[in-house]
Ligand binder design. Structure first.
Ligand code: B12
Length: 249
């Protein structure tokens, strides 16, 4: 089993020791960062510290050194944001700090996105993506979009706080066969079901297959609200989109 001392980056070691309390979370992050390349641990530390210039430079350097874009994203950018998420949950940091960390993550992601998009894979069709009404969280949705584009999908990004009518308009206007909704708050989770109901009322529900995701969403919620697919992360978002696209064809 991996040990804290196997992690090269001192900031990451200190963060795990000081802020993580749940044994399963300590184990998950010790495992992740003890196998992550030191350059990616440094990126994660820059995200945790909200250093956007550093995240920008280190991500560019990691790519220049030949490290795979997805590995940089998973181990460095998402890994760092994972620790920030726990610190926010436990009230060790607050909204302004989290926004700095999110800005640092976006600075890193700006290097990854064009690489994923340019990987020149066969076109897979169009997906509409949006964060539901009342919800401003878009980091996860944007990661999903990056991965979808990188896998050959055209994506109509409706942004955050998307009202039912905007999803309906996008279905009518884009002719997309798959629609993805994201929600990060338990209070906005029901807006996914409400959007599906509004689509039934507007007679567009049968025009698209719907996938849902976001931290509070589960397979059970997805089934209950009548969605067609659920994915816990960006990789599975791509897999579900492909599956739905195939069954829509
Ligand atoms: C960053 C963040 C913010 C930032 C958002 C910045 C931004 N541009 O997104 C800011 C500071 C603005 C913010 C605000 C708030 N936040 Co906030 N936030 C977070 C935090 C720390 C990280 C979220 C994140 O980006 N995670 C990283 C990404 C990569 O993960 P993800 O979003 O889950 O996405 C992945 C999967 O879920 C999946 N996925 C996502 N969408 C989709 C869609 C599909 C179709 C599929 C298949 C998959 C999929 O793939 C993604 C990639 O792997 C979380 C804590 C946490 N651990 O989640 C709290 C958290 C979500 N926030 C929370 C709260 C309470 C708030 C506020 C109400 C705080 C306040 N008092 O003001 C406000 C609400 C604002 C609003 N109306 O939306 C709570 C929610 C609690 C709850 N159960 O409802 C959390 C859980 C923190 C906590 N434990 O208290 N927040």
């Amino acid at each position: 089993m991996a040990e804290l001392s196997d992690i090269a980056n001192q900031t990451i070691k200190d963060e795990i020791e000081e802020f993580l309390e749940r044994p399963e979370e300590i184990e998950r992050f010790v495992e992740l960062f003890s196998r992550a390349k030191p350059a990616l641990q440094d990126i994660a530390a820059a995200i945790i510290e909200g250093e956007d210039d550093e995240a920008d430079e280190l991500t560019a350097k990691a790519l220049a050194d030949g490290i795979d874009a997805i590995e940089i994203m998973d181990d460095g950018l998402i890994g760092g944001m994972g620790i920030v998420g726990i610190k926010f949950r436990e009230n060790f940091v607050f909204v302004p700090e989290v926004l700095s960390c999110a800005r640092a993550m976006r600075a890193g992601m700006a290097h990854i996105e064009p690489i994923l998009s340019a990987s020149g894979i066969e076109k897979q069709g169009t997906v509409i993506m949006g964060t539901v009404k009342g919800d401003l969280h878009d980091i996860g949705k944007n990661l999903c979009i990056m991965m979808l584009r990188g896998s050959g999908f055209d994506v109509v990004d409706l942004g955050v706080d998307v009202a039912e009518d905007s999803f309906i308009d996008a279905v009518e206007e884009s002719g997309a066969k798959v629609l993805g909704m994201s929600a990060l708050l338990t209070t906005t989770l029901p807006n996914m079901g409400r959007t599906i109901e509004a689509m039934i009322d507007a007679d567009v529900r049968d025009d698209v297959l719907i996938m849902v995701g976001g931290a509070p969403v589960t397979q059970e919620f997805s089934d209950d609200m009548g969605a067609d697919g659920y994915g816990p992360d960006a990789l599975s978002c791509v897999a579900v989109a492909k599956e739905l696209m195939t069954s829509a064809a």
